[in-house]
Design a protein around this ligand. Structure first.
Ligand code: HEC
Length: 117
């Protein structure tokens, strides 16, 4: 084995060892914390808007978890919806984004956050 290969392998291992804790640091503490971050994340849509653009005072959404349980009439969609469907409606229609799959961890986190309000 050439010295350069050994050095390269060593650097690779060092990089892998360093990369690990950084990944963990980025990982949110809980679904609620992750949901709080996503609430301000414009990358869920394509209009540059995030949830917080239109819902600047999240405490105004307090109680939505109980109301959409399991479903309630949602004015904007003109039909009964679950809380997950309301979240996806806001992602798809006003934010022009792609609705999240039923068990997507971002959807679960946003739901957990709204239920915590
Ligand atoms: C461009 C504006 C806009 C954006 C962005 C937006 N919403 Fe909405 N949202 C509305 C409007 C308008 C309503 C209906 C009126 C209301 O209840 O405030 C609504 C209603 C809701 C409701 C139901 C409130 C209720 O009392 O029935 C929830 C929950 C909600 N939005 C969550 C979200 C989440 C989560 C996001 C981000 C993924 C988001 N919204 C992004 C405009 C927006």
């Amino acid at each position: 084995m050439g010295v350069r290969l050994i050095v390269a392998l060593f650097l690779l291992m060092l990089f892998a060892a360093c990369a690990q804790p950084q990944e963990e640091q980025k990982k949110p503490a809980s679904p609620v914390e992750y949901g709080r971050a996503l609430f301000a994340d414009p990358s869920l849509g394509t209009t540059g808007k995030s949830c917080i653009t239109c819902h600047p005072d999240p405490s105004a959404l307090s109680g939505v978890g109980d109301r959409y349980n399991p479903e309630a009439y949602f004015n904007m969609a003109k039909r009964e919806m679950t809380l997950k469907e309301v979240i996806n409606f806001c992602i798809e229609v006003p934010m022009k984004g792609k609705p999240l799959p039923e068990n997507d961890e971002r959807l679960l986190a946003l739901e957990a956050y709204l239920r915590s309000l």
